[in-house]
Design a protein around this ligand. Structure first.
Ligand SMILES: C[S@@+](CC[C@H](N)C(=O)[O-])C[C@H]1O[C@@H](n2cnc3c(N)ncnc32)[C@H](O)[C@@H]1O
Length: 206
């Protein structure tokens, strides 16, 4: 299972935003939605052995206030339905999940294949296997490859906060760099898929 965890630092975790302003008032949710599309969509189909976990520390995360977070939305490729390649409809699915009432700490289903919880970033990092932080100052892609069960961590247009970096450090996450230039988060996912699929050494079978 390939997992991609993406943190949306400025998104209102209560889902209190309009789909008409995904890159403004929604706190750059557009960045995370492109990650969802890059993680799942093939030319004609979906990658089913993929999970995307969108983590929302809460609107005030940067100030240390967390009025509406943390929330975690998990999209499970094996069960996903109603996912389309456009940002607005994916934004609607994520917003529906964020609007779901969460009476307790457990994960609750939203729409098919999408789940929501109040998991913190630290809980995520300590529970998911094979942590790899995609980092511009990390080591190169390992020549021996990575295990099939790897969890990649990416940030949005901001760097990870010191507390997030500390969670990843405690989990002994590997820091891996995808090249000398700073890429968009969703491009990193495309590159990671390509490398995991076999990179330059693979052609079309047959
Ligand atoms: C747009 S970048 C981060 C923002 C950037 N530091 C800034 O604010 O100017 C988004 C994420 O993509 C990943 N990323 C970007 N370029 C990368 C690279 N060359 N290698 C590995 N990860 C990269 C990192 O996980 C980063 O958190």
């Amino acid at each position: 299972m390939r997992r991609f965890v993406v943190v949306g630092h400025n998104v209102n975790a209560d889902g209190d935003f309009t789909l008409n302003d995904l890159c403004g008032g929604a706190g750059r949710l557009d960045v995370l939605l492109r990650c969802v599309t890059s993680a799942f969509f093939l030319s004609h189909g979906l990658r089913r052995e993929v999970e995307v976990i969108l983590h929302f520390p809460g609107q005030g995360g940067f100030q240390g206030l967390q009025p509406d977070g943390p929330k975690t939305v998990r999209l499970a490729g094996r069960e996903l339905r109603y996912l389309n390649p456009d940002e607005r409809s994916t934004g609607a699915l994520v917003r529906t999940a964020l609007l779901r009432k969460l009476p307790g700490p457990g994960e609750r289903p939203s729409t098919p294949g999408i789940y929501v919880s109040r998991k913190s970033f630290d809980e995520l990092v300590s529970s998911l296997p094979g942590p790899v932080q995609l980092a511009e100052d990390g080591e190169g892609w390992p020549p021996a490859g990575l295990p099939a069960d790897t969890t990649f961590y990416l940030s949005d247009h901001h760097d990870f906060t010191p507390a997030e970096e500390e969670s990843l450090r405690r989990a002994n996450a590997r820091r891996i760099c995808l090249g000398p230039t700073s890429l968009h988060s969703h491009h990193c996912i495309t590159v990671a898929h390509w490398l995991l699929d076999g990179g330059p050494s693979t052609g079309r079978p047959g």
